[in-house]
Design a protein around this ligand. Structure first.
Ligand SMILES: Cc1cc2nc3c(=O)[nH]c(=O)nc-3n(C[C@H](O)[C@H](O)[C@H](O)COP(=O)(O)OP(=O)(O)OC[C@H]3O[C@@H](n4cnc5c(N)ncnc54)[C@H](O)[C@@H]3O)c2cc1C
Length: 487
């Protein structure tokens, strides 16, 4: 292998996290930085997914970067293309597009203790050395096809919603949709009017709450443009107003009494059939799975050309789907809305730390980090949106932005200290995880309540950072070098 370049930092991923890390590093005067992304476009999730109906499910005012306010959102919940364009615009605005190398897949990254550098390899046989390594590969990226028996025998068309087949016309077809998660609730209403018949297979219905999704009037956009401070205040007020979500999540009876009626109202106002209403009622506490929002999911399921099957799938036949009772549903196309490789993304196998172990081996199904970023055994590495990094307040972009601030400050401080390496102390990582454990235990995100991608192999909530947003913000804007072993 020939390593041609040595960078101050190499980032994987040109989504909101990677962009934030690069922009914040630039602000700290660290310029010899590059982003590699295997995608063809900037935008991460929003460049790689484009199924019909895709839009964010968090208000755009919050699902955006505080350092790059956008007064021009067309709706309160922006559609995919607009978010992708926004992120591309952020890269242009901060003049970093030259530092982003697209169509480049990272295949391996190894820490070299002697050199105190990361060695990073790509699928195109390029090799980089970097003092700091920042995997910002997201937490839901790789579309995961399920493996039902007989799947390869199916004679029709099949694809995953994350790899939507836009060349295939669904008009007039009978279509099976497997799944009822965050993607299915968006694309089912978008395709239902076009297809002859839609059969939705869902085993465990989830809570879907109403969504205040409206077009933003032009005068308001103009007002935000003219008065950016007012715009900022609106965002900050919305963030502050979301703080009580945390204590609510810690008191299950309160959470149920506040949220379940809204979910039931959403079903009742859209579904005429009483049996279907009952079947759609989830049996777990809202929040155990990611809460979902839609005004048209239940309406779509109530249409005459839609059948909902509340059974497991036994196998796929040549003609269609066979349910757990052995009934066959002949279809032209099967669309898998079955989610993403959250447990075992490829990148965990590709990063090797100080002990020669990969992240996958180190974690062994139980991911742990310090503040969702630093991992003992992996010096000079900051993972973005890693274990227990998700705040219940704000949004993923809010977290990406603040992690970017932390990482850039940490790197700046290390460079200024004259040391070459920083590794989070084992005790610091342990204490952090112990500190959040009590709160995690109080939340309704537990295996006895539901099966959820929030839970790791041992049933621990590996997603949420259960603290108030203002506390998280404080912790992510103050770097303590004493949390790290320097060398
Ligand atoms: C369909 C879908 C809808 C979503 N909707 C919402 C929503 O409404 N609200 C919300 O809060 N969150 C949503 N999410 C989660 C969303 O992923 C995050 O909000 C956010 O995009 C994470 O940003 P990121 O930059 O960390 O990662 P991503 O946006 O996932 O970007 C990661 C990038 O890393 C690149 N990459 C990965 N591995 C490699 C490699 N080995 N080599 C090179 N490049 C690599 C990928 O190509 C990708 O561009 C959604 C996710 C999906 C898949």
């Amino acid at each position: 292998m020939k390593y041609t370049q040595t960078l101050d930092a190499l980032i994987i991923g040109a989504g909101p996290s990677g962009l934030s890390a690069l922009i914040k590093l630039k602000k700290q005067g660290v310029h010899n930085v590059r982003i590699l992304d295997m995608s063809q476009r900037i935008g991460g999730t929003w460049a790689n997914n484009d199924y019909p109906g895709l839009r964010c499910d968090i208000p755009s005012e919050m699902y955006s970067l505080g350092y790059a306010p956008n007064p021009q959102w067309s709706r309160t919940y922006a559609p995919q293309a607009e978010i992708q364009q926004y992120l591309e615009g952020v890269a242009q605005q901060f003049n970093i597009t030259d530092q982003i190398q697209l169509n480049t897949e990272v295949t391996a990254a190894r820490w070299q203790e002697k050199e105190q550098l990361w060695h990073i390899e790509t699928a195109a046989d390029e090799c980089f050395k970097a003092r700091f390594f920042i995997p910002a590969t997201g937490f839901i990226g790789e579309a995961k096809m399920p493996e039902f028996p007989g799947q390869s025998e199916f004679k029709g068309t099949m694809f995953h919603s994350g790899l939507w087949n836009h060349r295939h016309d669904l008009s007039g077809e009978t279509v099976a949709v497997i799944g009822s998660g965050a993607s299915a609730i968006q694309f089912v209403p978008a395709i239902q009017p076009r297809v002859k018949k839609l059969i939705n297979f869902q085993r465990t219905p989830s809570w879907v709450l109403p969504k205040p999704d409206v077009a933003i009037p032009s005068p308001l956009k103009g007002f935000y443009q003219r008065f950016p401070n007012v715009h900022r205040l609106v965002r900050e007020t919305a963030l502050l107003a979301a703080e009580p979500v945390l204590p609510t999540f810690e008191h299950e009876p309160i959470l149920r009494s506040l949220s379940h009626p809204l979910g039931l109202l959403n079903i009742r106002r859209s579904v005429r059939d009483k049996t279907l209403r009952k079947q759609l009622k989830p049996d777990h506490t809202l929040g155990c799975k990611r809460p979902m929002f839609s005004n048209d999911w239940y309406k779509a399921l109530d249409q005459d050309n839609v059948e909902v099957v509340f059974k497991g799938i036994e196998r796929i036949s040549q003609r269609g789907v066979i349910d757990s009772d052995g009934k066959e549903y002949p279809v032209d196309t099967i669309i898998y809305g079955t989610g993403y490789a959250v447990d075992d993304p490829a990148i965990y196998q590709r990063i090797t730390g100080r002990h020669g172990e990969t992240l996958a081996d180190t974690w062994n199904g139980e991911p742990r980090a310090y503040q969702g970023m630093a991992i003992h055994g992996f010096p000079n590495l900051f993972m973005m949106l890693g274990p227990n990094s998700h705040s219940l307040v704000g949004s993923v972009m809010w977290t990406s932005e603040h992690q970017g601030i932390y990482i850039a400050q940490a790197i700046r401080k290390l460079l200024d200290s004259g040391e070459a390496r920083m590794e989070v102390k084992e005790s610091v990582q342990k204490n952090f995880n112990q500190r959040i454990e009590t709160r995690l235990d109080r939340m309704p995100i537990r295996p006895e309540i539901c099966k959820s991608y929030y839970l790791d192999a041992k049933g621990r909530n590996r997603f949420v950072w259960p603290e108030y947003g203002f506390n998280i913000k404080k912790r992510l804007t103050q770097v303590n070098l004493s949390d790290y072993q320097l060398g």
